[in-house]
Design a protein around this ligand. Structure first.
Ligand code: 4NP
Length: 159
């Protein structure tokens, strides 16, 4: 007979460059989607860079998430670390550069599978989630649409 301890929660880390725009939006969208589906998951986000460590998400990201009904203001940026490859089942990078940088940190015995976020979305394999940091507020709406599609695909596959 199965019990709760037989079914380990999926552990998923969302990765971008600064961990203040794309990956906190992805974490927020995934938290909302998993909660709505009643599925437990361990979700987190990180950046390959260290410039924004300890900072909350960009105010434009917080505002866009709020428009979509999700509060990400409590998230704080952190940098990707080698132990993340043991602690997570899946690390999802926003773009090719994040993917390449993560590969250089990935230990040989890594548990985590590493792929692009949009690899999970039918018809979007190999595509990047565009970096909205240097653009206008409209870029953040597009980012949300992308990461919400990723979150929906994760829930559809049960993580
Ligand atoms: P993110 O966006 O990787 O989606 O968090 C960026 C945030 C900060 C910088 C670049 C991208 N930056 O150069 O500081």
């Amino acid at each position: 007979m199965r019990n709760d301890s037989d079914v380990r929660k999926p552990a998923i880390l969302f990765l971008c460059l600064g961990n203040i725009c794309r990956s906190p939006l992805a974490e927020g969208a995934a938290r909302a989607a998993f909660a709505a589906a009643g599925i437990e998951a361990a979700l987190d986000s990180a950046g390959t860079g260290d410039w924004h460590v300890g900072h909350p998400p960009d105010r434009r990201a917080v505002a866009e998430a709020r428009r979509r009904g999700v509060d990400i203001s409590d998230l704080r940026a952190r940098q990707l670390r080698a132990s993340d490859f043991a602690d997570f089942d899946l690390i999802l990078a926003a773009d090719d550069t994040n993917l390449r940088d993560a590969r250089t940190l990935r230990p040989a015995n890594a548990r985590a599978e590493l792929k692009l976020m949009l690899d999970l979305v039918p018809g979007r394999t190999g595509q990047s989630v565009a970096d909205p940091y240097y653009g206008d507020d409209g870029g953040f709406a597009a980012t949300w649409d992308d990461v919400a599609a990723v979150a929906a695909a994760l829930v559809a596959s049960r993580g």
